[in-house]
Ligand binder design. Structure first.
Ligand SMILES: [Zn+2]
Length: 183
């Protein structure tokens, strides 16, 4: 066992580096690079569609492009890019969005602010929910991840077909995981 030390040479309590039977150095129960890469490869081999079902936010998202989902129109059934169902990979239970909830000192201006552009003013849209999520302590900040939609697996062929369709519509940004499908 090798104790972990900070730059000033003070030891870190409870954290140690062990050498596995394979000779690989391991920090506590953290994954090695190889283990991490293997899990990533498996995760990235499966593509999904994400249902625009509201997830934990209980609210479907309108399309930024065509406006589908704004009253009185119906939203797209799945999350889309260029109004085409967008394949995703590397997700576990659905698409998650990160939210930042600020404490009372910041409540006046920004009670809860999402990193995703569509959620930036969550406190104005959902003041009650935002209020529940904000930490009570002054000056503190809490981070949350919320499910924006649940996912369903699709075949690689289907993902490829959709990626091609999206590309044909010439999006400004073509995500790398979709480009990878067309190589
Ligand atoms: Zn649309």
């Amino acid at each position: 066992m090798i104790p972990i030390r900070l730059p000033d040479d003070s030891p870190v309590e409870g954290a140690q580096i062990t050498v596995g039977t394979d000779g690989v150095l391991r920090v506590g129960s953290m994954l090695t690079r190889d283990e991490f890469d293997t899990i990533e490869r498996i995760r990235n081999s499966q593509y999904f569609l994400v249902r625009n079902d509201g997830g934990e936010m209980n609210e479907t998202r309108p399309c930024q492009r065509c406006g589908a989902g704004r009253y009185p129109t119906k939203p797209h059934t799945y999350f889309t890019l260029m109004c085409v169902e967008r394949p995703w990979r590397g997700i576990e239970d659905g698409l998650r969005l990160w939210l930042k909830a600020a404490g009372p000192s910041e409540r006046k201006s920004t009670l809860l602010r999402g990193l995703d552009r569509g959620l930036q003013d969550y406190s104005k849209v959902h003041p009650t929910s935002a209020g529940h999520l904000a930490p009570a302590e002054k000056d503190s900040v809490a981070w949350y991840s919320m499910l924006a939609g649940t996912h369903i697996p699709i075949t690689l062929e289907k993902a490829r077909e959709l990626a091609r369709k999206i590309k044909d519509r010439r999006p400004q940004v073509f995500p790398p995981e979709l480009a990878a499908l067309l190589i």
